[in-house]
Write a protein that binds this ligand. Structure first.
Ligand code: ADP
Ligand code: MN
Ligand code: MN
Ligand code: MN
Length: 432
């Protein structure tokens, strides 16, 4: 069930120094992640968490845990900024740390930085320098204190966005006055799959075999149904601490698969928050010794894939008469189905089969309360005559900068020809 919440007002730009009393991820929280490690003879199907390269008998776990959770708050004259960027595959997140001489409130107070693009598939070896521009800051849930996570995008030394910098183009679209005036909101449902490190097989699944068929796992509780709750929960808390606009979580239909929602967020903020939430998830799974997969169809067969449903509304859609605006948006979306599909994630054709709550990749469809459609409109939206639409096509590995800005472009900036529009109205039974 979707909740309607007011979006945060670009607040991540404003982190008030030392004003938060909340503690970062505590050793208790990691304790809960590591707890199972100490239990001997855990059943093969249960989640196993392990601090890597660590032998618990020697007490090293405790020492490492203490080090990881060392309270750096007393050293507030300097802070650590973790600069985060999207790597060359377009889905990998990379980061490195640097010392900043004082706490900061806004990304503009941070220096640009650089990295070796030849090591991330983003620059040739002979001219490898890529420049990082700080764009959004969040509290660092791992280091606490005034330490921060910094979402950056990447440029050549001459100041051109590099090809894998998808934020730059998105920011242009979101600063278009027509788009600004419509205050676009996004609620993104990020699904992901947890894999056992060595075998790359879903968490909780018997190695080399399958669990019982789907049915009991969605939103479940119990050691035989829910695998990885500690990770989902630690991630939820860490995101709230960081200032990410996370709105909920749930266990998914495929065992070992989870979802969290971020939003509603306005414009470019949606992409920044999703990327930061993904980074935090990589860090948490890293510490838990579990591998994160954003593959859209991690297991072939009768197992649900992983998507990134994108809920979208504009000011006009949220106001009286909004349902007509939503239908017009659906019409535009139907005419640009191919453009959207090709920008909605690698391997999505393995997921969008028409089965497992998806629509076939080759056909555009929409419906009220229908989870087998490309676009779903909720019952409440139909009833109230205003609200939002859900684009169910994006894959779990989509780039939120691309998906959010393309939705804005297609529905707010792009116009079909009158002929194309008339045909689509007939085909989709859409009376606008
Ligand atoms: P589903 O019923 O498809 O599982 P979820 O509850 O998982 O939906 O996610 C719905 C998302 O849509 C949430 O992040 C929510 O905050 C967001 N949302 C709610 N209202 C709007 C709106 N008017 N515009 C955009 N997103 C919205
Ligand atoms: Mn959902
Ligand atoms: Mn889901
Ligand atoms: Mn959904």
């Amino acid at each position: 069930m979707a909740q309607i919440l007011a979006p945060s007002t670009q607040w991540q730009m404003k982190i008030t120094k030392s004003s938060h009393k909340a503690s970062p991820i505590t050793s208790n929280m990691w304790g809960s992640l590591l707890l199972r490690h100490d239990k001997k003879g855990a059943p093969a199907s249960s989640a196993k968490f392990r601090a890597l390269t660590i032998k618990s008998e020697s007490g090293v776990v405790n020492r490492i845990e203490k080090l990881l959770n060392m309270d750096v708050t007393p050293y507030i004259d300097k802070i650590i900024a973790e600069y985060i960027w999207v790597g060359g595959t377009g889905i990998d997140v990379r980061s490195k740390s640097r010392t900043i001489t004082r706490p900061v409130d806004h990304p503009s107070e941070l220096p640009k930085w650089n990295y070796d693009g030849s090591s991330t598939g983003q620059a040739p070896g002979e001219d490898s320098e890529v420049i990082l521009y700080p764009q959004a800051i969040f509290r660092d849930p791992f280091r606490g204190g005034n330490n921060i996570l910094v979402i950056c995008d990447s440029y050549t030394p001459a100041g051109e966005p590099i090809p894998t910098n998808k934020r730059h183009r998105a920011a242009e679209i979101f600063s278009n006055p027509k788009v600004v005036a419509e205050v676009p909101w996004y609620g993104i449902e990020q699904e992901y799959t947890l894999l056992q490190t060595n075998v790359k097989w879903p968490l909780g699944w018997p190695v080399g075999a399958y669990p019982g068929p789907q049915g009991p796992y969605y939103c479940s509780a119990g050691a035989d149904k829910s695998f990885g709750r500690d990770i989902s929960d630690a991630h939820y808390k860490a995101c709230l601490y960081a200032g990410i606009n996370i709105s909920g979580t749930n266990g998914e239909v495929m065992p070992g698969q989870w979802e969290y929602q971020v939003g509603p967020s306005v414009g470019i903020e949606a992409g920044d928050h999703i990327w930061c939430s993904r980074y935090i998830l990589e860090r948490i799974t890293e510490q838990a010794g579990v591998v994160l997969s954003l593959d859209p169809k991690p297991i072939e067969g009768d197992w649900n894939g992983a998507g990134c449903h994108t809920n979208f509304s504009t000011k006009s859609m949220r106001e009286d008469g909004g349902y007509d605006v939503i239908k017009k948006a659906i019409l535009n979306l139907s005419l640009r189905h191919q453009e959207h599909i090709s920008a909605y994630g690698e391997g999505n054709e393995r997921r969008l089969t028409g089965k497992h709550e998806t629509a076939n990749i080759n056909t555009f469809s929409w419906g009220v309360a229908n989870r087998g459609c490309s676009i779903r409109v909720g019952r409440d939206t139909e009833k109230n005559g205003k609200g939002y639409l859900e684009d169910r096509r994006p894959a779990s590995n989509m780039d939120p900068y691309i998906v959010t800005s393309l939705l804005a472009e297609t529905t707010l900036l792009w116009e079909p020809t009158l002929e194309a529009e008339a045909l689509a109205v007939q085909k989709l039974a859409l009376k606008v």
